[in-house]
Structure formats: C-alpha cells, structure tokens
Design a protein around this ligand. Structure first.
Ligand code: URA
Length: 285
C-alpha cells in the first residue's frame, strides 16, 4: 500500500498541509513522475504548485476554499450594510479615535506611548480580532499588529480566505505597556470602554480573542486560555441602551505565543476553522 492509501499517513499529511497554510506556505513540493512512467526516476524533481496546495473544502466534494485574499474588500466578505450605514460607522470609529482615544490620559500608559493604536480594518467587518496591546512596532506606527506577531496574524487571516482589509483588528489596550509587559488590571479597566464601543459600532458576527488578556477581558473571567480556546463563548457589550444580542466569541492562542510555540499552531488553526464554519466560509477538510 502506498502512503497515500494509508489513512494515518493521509491524516498526517493533511495536518501538515493545514499548518503550512497557516504559516503562509502557499505551495506543495510535488514529486513529478515522467509522462508514461510508473515510478520515481532520476528525472524526479520538485515543483511549486500553488493552487493544488489548497486542500478541498468540506461540504460538496468539489468545493474549494476561497483563494486567500491579500488585500481589497469583497462585498460578500463583510456585512451587507447600506453605504449610509457604513459611512456612519466609519465616522463613529473616527470620532472615538480622535476625540477620546488619542487624547486619553486615563491610565499611566499615556506617559510612555509614542502613539495610541486604535486598530484598523473594515467598519462593517464580520470578524473582529482582539489582541492584548501594542508592541514596539505598533507604538511607532500607530497601527495594530504590524510587527512579527502581526505578520503571523496576517497569514492566519489569509489562510482563512480573508484579507486584513475585510476584518477589523484591535487590542484590549490602546497604548503600549512598557517592555511589552502584560497590561495591568487598572490599565485594562481604563481602556475597556473604548474596546466595548468599537465592538458596539462594528457589531461583528464573530470575535476572535487572541490570547489570555483579550479572552479574560472580553469574557470577564480568570479562566486559562488553554481551557477556553477552541470553545464558543458569548460576548455581551457593557453599554446601554444598545445592548444587542451577544456576539459569538472564540478564544485562541496569541500569534506571539504561536511564534514561541509553533507546535500549538495546529490548535489555533483548528480554532480558526471553527470560526470559518460559523461565518459560512469554506473550511478545508
Ligand atoms: N500584540 C498584540 O497583542 N497587539 C498588537 O497590536 C501587536 C502585538
């Protein structure tokens, strides 16, 4: 029996391909068999084959995941809102950023920040990622997730068949904690209204909490990320009077943790596949 007939090998290869996808490897090295030949020959060589690297999607046998989007916004990947509604949301986010976040001095982090990092993305995103807080690069540029962890997050988003422009990315705290330490409870409490307001404006269909501080803050719990990840929770905004229905929330590992512990990437990918299924995106088998 060839290895492709062996279910254990097939499962192992599939797992490997999915993790590669998450890592941003967009090709599979294939052994080429010469035309008419029946086995490997000295002419065997490696070939980069991008499309066939994407495993077939579940559902119909022929379905394939959407090709990973690198940029741009496809209307079907964001909420169907009117142009007016979109404009209102963009203005509300802008006002929140300019009038409240940028001038915020509610905790001591303002003293050491270079820039506030409001977050960026689509005002009608179906999916919002919430991280912990800006790091060095983010503090310098004023943009969320643009450092090494951000690059991995981009690959995770693209592996889901989405682009960064189609989602919204932000953090629990909007100013960099010195030396990238975990934000303190008083800093999280001071910044909390901004995140809550962002989520009330965007009203996403799903929230992904990246790492322990994000998951614990959004779910108001002390539970460990290892126990929460991979399970669905509900996020209730704290605001009133517009307290709508709760938003499904999936906790998963933070990309910075995944860079330190690559073996955990398979778990993060499995969490993201649950999110894709919830959003009706094609899920690799
Ligand atoms: N880590 C985070 O949690 N957020 C960022 O924006 C960057 C790194």
């Amino acid at each position: 029996m060839g290895i492709l007939e062996d279910p254990a090998w097939r499962a192992a290869i599939r797992r490997r391909l999915e993790i590669d996808l998450l890592l941003g490897v967009g090709y599979v090295p294939l052994k080429l068999t010469p035309a008419g030949g029946s086995g490997p020959s000295p002419a065997t060589r490696w070939r980069q084959d991008r499309p066939s690297a994407v495993p077939a999607a579940s559902g119909t046998a022929s379905a394939r995941p959407a090709p990973p989007a690198r940029s741009g916004v496809r209307p079907e990947m964001v909420q169907a809102v009117t142009a007016e509604e979109l404009q209102e949301r963009m203005q509300a986010l802008k006002a929140l950023d300019e009038n409240r976040v940028r001038v915020c001095r509610s905790c001591k982090l303002w003293e050491t920040r270079t820039r506030t990092v409001f977050g960026q993305g689509h005002a009608a995103a179906r999916l919002v990622f919430v991280g912990e807080g800006p790091g060095y690069e983010e503090d310098q540029q004023g943009l969320a997730f643009v450092g090494k962890a951000g690059q991995l997050l981009t690959r995770m988003i693209e592996a889901m068949g989405l682009s960064r422009d189609e989602v919204f990315i932000c953090n629990v705290v909007k100013c960099r904690p010195p030396d990238n330490r975990t934000p303190a409870p008083d800093e999280i409490a001071a910044c909390w209204p901004y995140l809550d307001e962002q989520l009330r404006i965007i009203r996403p269909e799903v929230i992904v909490a990246l790492g322990k501080p994000a998951a614990q803050t959004l779910l108001r719990t002390q539970e460990s990320i290892g126990r929460m990840r991979g399970h669905w929770f509900e996020y209730y905004t704290s605001g009133s009077p517009n307290v709508g229905p709760p938003t499904p929330l999936m906790p998963t590992y933070h990309p910075a943790y995944l860079l330190r512990s690559p073996a955990e990437k398979a778990k993060a990918w499995s969490d993201l596949k649950q999110v894709m299924a919830r959003l009706g995106l094609p899920v690799p088998r």
